[in-house]
Ligand binder design. Structure first.
Ligand code: ADP
Length: 326
């Protein structure tokens, strides 16, 4: 059975229309990935019921919730700004949704203790929210969303307010907790690295439409559109007739002894960047930029042959827009 099934959904604003048709497999962590303004928040508003769709249906855990009010959809939400109740303790925040559902005191106590343990904050039950760090507050927000055992957990850019190191640590934690509970989860982000790291599946969105759905590996290695290819990672795009040849820098062989596949001769090295454990070369081939990885032994002005194995080439339709600037 599918966790969430969205069919033929249309949400229209005066200057923007969202079209959504997708499935989020039961128990999976699926990210909605796309640039700012592509419609991620709109998708969430319709799925949670904050906004009404003009067309289409939303089935969650086998139940048609298309016209069910938000509070009856059994969806847990976590936002970027935590939205915790500052005057309540951590424990009271987690228990909030359970009081509303008239769960017994004993059961509430058990659930709060279990969730605090799960998020690594045992003993924090009586702490005030304003005594907690940003990372701790976000864990409490996660526990609060999980307490009523939602059919769907929605995380809307949950780590954007935190610093880079904490973001990486917390997303690993979110992934662990999600796996442990097996709760169907949609994670909204504009951060491709975050999406590649934590997702079972990625739904790439652009201008109110889905561009591609796939595992992180599929999205990265087999982009179906130029937008997907260029939104994620770095790449080169060479126009060829009415198509675009697309490939990743790690698949470009620099000055190979026996060049095979698609061969580019007389490539001029214009720039190299130190990337830590490798160098990134920027070549000019007939006015087109080609990115490659190397050991840094070449210098600007060098001219050499590049080759890409055919299995690493994608032949894509030009979209008139790419998201990467070199
Ligand atoms: P994202 O979350 O991906 O940044 P949004 O869903 O917030 O994108 O916005 C997508 C588009 O929908 C934007 O062009 C925005 O202006 C428009 N939009 C969002 N909410 C409303 C609204 N309540 N009324 C009119 N237009 C809206």
């Amino acid at each position: 059975m599918s966790g969430l099934v969205v069919r033929g959904l249309v949400k229209q604003y005066p200057e923007f229309t969202l079209y959504l048709d997708c499935e989020v497999p039961q128990g999976s962590l699926t990210t909605l990935l796309g640039p700012s303004g592509c419609g991620k928040s709109t998708a969430l508003s319709v799925i949670t019921g904050i906004e009404d769709q003009q067309q289409g249906s939303i089935i969650l855990a086998g139940r048609d919730i298309s016209h069910v009010p938000p509070w009856d959809r059994n969806i847990g939400l976590v936002f970027q700004d935590y939205a915790l109740f500052p005057h309540m303790s951590a424990g009271a925040n987690i228990a909030y949704g359970l009081h509303v559902r008239s769960v017994s005191r004993q059961e509430i106590k058990r659930t709060v203790a279990h969730l605090l343990e799960l998020i690594g904050l045992e003993g924090y039950e009586h702490r005030r929210i304003n005594e907690l760090s940003g990372g701790e507050q976000q864990r409490i927000a996660l526990a609060r969303a999980l307490a009523p055992k939602p059919d769907l957990l929605l995380l809307d850019e949950p780590l954007s307010a935190l610093d880079a190191k904490l973001r990486v640590r917390l997303r690993t934690e979110i992934q662990r907790i999600q796996r442990e509970l097996g709760v169907t989860t949609i994670y909204v982000t504009h951060d491709q690295e975050e999406a590649l790291d934590i997702s079972d599946e990625i739904i790439v969105m652009n201008r109110g439409r889905i561009e591609q759905v796939g595992t992180p590996q599929e999205i990265y290695h087999k982009p179906q559109t130029l937008f997907c290819g260029t939104f994620i990672g770095t790449s080169s795009q060479i126009p060829e007739g009415d198509r675009v040849l697309f490939f990743r820098p790690e698949h470009v062989q620099v000055a190979p002894d026996d060049p095979r596949g698609r061969i580019f001769t007389n490539c001029l090295l214009e720039r190299k960047r130190y990337r830590g454990f490798f160098y990134e070369y920027l070549f000019n081939w007939n006015g087109h930029q080609i990115l490659a990885h190397g050991d840094g032994s070449l210098f600007s002005g060098a001219s050499c042959t590049l080759a890409v194995d055919r299995k690493h080439l994608a032949d894509l339709e030009p979209s008139g827009e790419t998201t990467q600037s070199l």
